[in-house]
Design a protein around this ligand. Structure first.
Ligand SMILES: [Zn+2]
Length: 203
């Protein structure tokens, strides 16, 4: 995320390259207006707004970390996966769990507990913890009902423990689940990322 420290505007983009290389691209055209390369959308803001310099451009790194579903089956597998991330002491960690965990646990409470346990693992050294709610699914009424219960427990827990909570209740099964009735369709994927972005940018 690039933030303009003059007007607090924020741009979120994605890159698979080294973050520094991408950030340099944004800055290059601002530092050197004669540069022939086309300014990026973020750079345009700094070029077209009065009194803006490259120094007003702040980079706030957001890293997406995927867990490989096949290798992570238990909470302790998850702990092993998260440990090196926690060691790097990020400001904040958002935990988004798939609904597979619903099927494997005996009750909503147990499932919520497992997600809370992951949060507890990262809740140290001033890292702020946020839980992202389970997204609804239509393939199985029982699981859909359970997802709702789990979210209710999680929402309450997060409020009591001053953890963040990202609610995806603007995603509903009837509108947004694709034909397989399990995986989120394209419009949902963008709505899901929009929910994350809104949370991150505080809007
Ligand atoms: Zn600005």
């Amino acid at each position: 995320m690039i933030q303009c420290n003059r007007c607090n505007l924020q741009y979120i983009g994605e890159t698979e390259r080294r973050l520094k290389d991408r950030f340099d691209e944004h800055r290059r055209t601002i530092d050197n207006p004669n540069n022939k390369s086309k300014p990026t959308t973020a750079a345009e803001h700094f070029l077209s707004s009065p009194n803006h310099t490259a120094n007003d451009m702040q980079l706030i790194p957001i890293e997406k970390i995927f867990s490989n579903r096949d290798s992570i089956r238990t909470t302790s597998d998850m702990a092993d996966h998260i440990r090196p991330i926690v060691r790097r002491k990020p400001d904040s960690i958002i935990i988004h769990v798939g609904t597979n965990s619903l099927r494997n646990s005996d009750s909503s409470c147990e499932c919520a507990d497992e997600i809370v346990d992951i949060g507890r693992m990262v809740d140290q050294d001033g890292i702020s913890v946020t839980i992202s709610s389970l997204t609804a699914r239509a393939d199985d009424n029982e699981l859909a009902k359970r997802a709702k219960e789990v979210n209710k427990i999680l929402r309450k827990f997060c409020r009591q423990n001053e953890w963040g909570f990202i609610d995806h209740n603007n995603i509903t099964t009837d509108q947004h689940i694709n034909r397989s009735r399990l995986h989120l369709n394209r419009s949902v994927t963008s709505r899901l990322s929009q929910n994350f972005i809104s949370f991150i940018t505080g809007q």
